[in-house]
Design a protein. Structure first.
Length: 377
């Protein structure tokens, strides 16, 4: 016991890895992906350029970007058994659970072993990243009794996702909005799902296993699952015709967490929330859902004045997706569609300079207990 007296509950503040992937200044509200500020990327990059950046630690030239786009376009289709699973599983299944199982199943169609060269690992990252949007859209259409739409062999990840989901080609604005959401969610340091992914990689397990584990971690409401809960909260306020400020006071009085607020690292506004807030405002005006946006602002003000807690990435992403007509239980899947680029980037980095992840626990149980046979207990 005396050898390990201090416990960092939740590993708060522990630095366990070095990484080129992202830098967060939680005091200033600054986020950098591999050297580029999030505002610069939001203004200029495409999601595919961000993928390349996270896998290679540099931006692609035009030929490399064209090559990546072609590879992604050629990798979007799903193996028939995965499609069969998506069509035959329960229509009431949680989309994140289906996504987790389908990604795990994809591993059956690749040699499941430690990926041994960087090029091989990047190709696997491309394959997984390309197929996730197809899985999400296929399950949503299948559970709604609609035909599954095959991916196009052209166009961006954002375009294809919206096309496969809705069955019609998205306009330029919708594609741009989705692309921006994918850029904003791509990477974020040693969050719980990235840590999970690194821990799995550190055992020299394969990339499908690490992404499957990471999806399981992201699904939880304290992590990526919060965006769906934010929307449920806003819809609950609407259904009950409640006053949003009173609603939040009641939650706080009951010592409940308000979803979409708080962060382990940020002590100020999450820079992604700042960008999404602007998008949410603009979209709400365009679509006429201004009430939801106004409630969000009222909730933000209440959380700031009552608890001095700021919104995180999940707060305004909810209303952005809602304005795009996307069902709330797909929001965390969209987070996954993006974050897979960061996870696989970390996998590649971890595999290049690996050491088994193996912390310790402080044993607080008894010792030297006497054995009592079962029939005498
Ligand atoms: C993501 O790590 C990442 O980078 C994650 C992420 C990424 O991109 O990967 O940014 C994505 O996961 C965003 C977070 C989504 N989760 C939520 O929105 C769920 C609601 N938020 C919280 O439960 C909480 O803020 C966490 C889980 C995000 C952070 O938890 P911590 O660091 O363990 O903080 P805590 O729970 O110990 O809270 C500290 C204090 C407490 O008050 P006191 O007991 O000290 O009085 O702040 C309060 C908490 O009660 N608090 C909240 C709150 N968040 C913190 N009170 C009400 N509502 C909240 N949301």
């Amino acid at each position: 016991l005396s050898q390990y007296p201090h416990i960092n509950k939740g590993l708060a503040g522990i630095v366990a890895f070095s990484s080129n992937k992202s830098f967060i200044d939680g005091e200033k509200g600054e986020l950098i992906y591999a050297g580029y500020d999030i505002d610069t990327l939001a203004e200029n990059a495409s999601f595919e350029e961000v993928c390349f950046l996270l896998w290679n630690n540099r931006l692609p030239n035009q030929t490399e970007l064209d090559d990546l786009n072609t590879k992604l376009q050629n990798s979007r289709e799903l193996p028939q058994p995965v499609l069969n699973y998506i069509q035959n599983t329960s229509k009431n299944a949680e989309p994140m659970a289906v996504l987790r199982t389908a990604v795990s199943m994809l591993g059956d169609f690749h040699k499941v072993e430690a990926d041994d060269t960087e090029e091989f690992r990047i190709n696997k990252a491309i394959t997984i990243t390309a197929k996730i949007p197809t899985i999400i859209a296929a399950f949503d259409r299948s559970r709604s009794g609609k035909d599954i739409i095959e991916p196009l062999n052209e166009k961006s990840t954002a375009f294809n996702f919206l096309y496969m989901l809705n069955g019609e080609e998205p306009g330029e604005e919708a594609e741009k909005t989705m692309d921006l959401c994918l850029i904003l969610h791509a990477e974020h340091g040693m969050n719980a799902s990235t840590f999970t992914n690194r821990a799995i990689c550190s055992t020299e397990s394969d990339m499908y296993s690490s992404v499957t584990g990471a999806i399981g971690a992201l699904k939880g409401p304290l992590h990526g699952g919060a965006n769906q809960q934010v929307m449920n909260m806003l819809l609950d306020i609407d259904e009950k015709d409640a006053d949003p400020v009173e609603y939040i006071h009641q939650r706080l009085d009951a010592k409940e967490k308000v979803m979409g607020f708080g962060h382990r690292v940020y002590k100020t506004m999450d820079p992604r929330a700042r960008i999404l807030r602007g998008m949410s405002k603009q979209l709400s005006e365009e679509t006429g859902h201004t009430d939801l946006y106004e409630w969000s602002e009222a909730i933000l003000e209440t959380m700031k004045s009552e608890k001095d807690i700021d919104p995180n990435v999940d707060f305004f992403s909810a209303t952005v997706y809602y304005s795009m007509g996307i069902k709330p239980d797909l929001y965390t899947c969209i987070f996954t569609m993006s974050r897979v680029s960061g996870w696989t980037g970390h996998y590649i980095e971890q595999a290049e300079n690996n050491r088994l992840v193996r912390p310790r626990a402080l044993y607080i149980g008894e010792k030297n207990k006497e054995w009592v046979p079962a029939e005498q207990r």
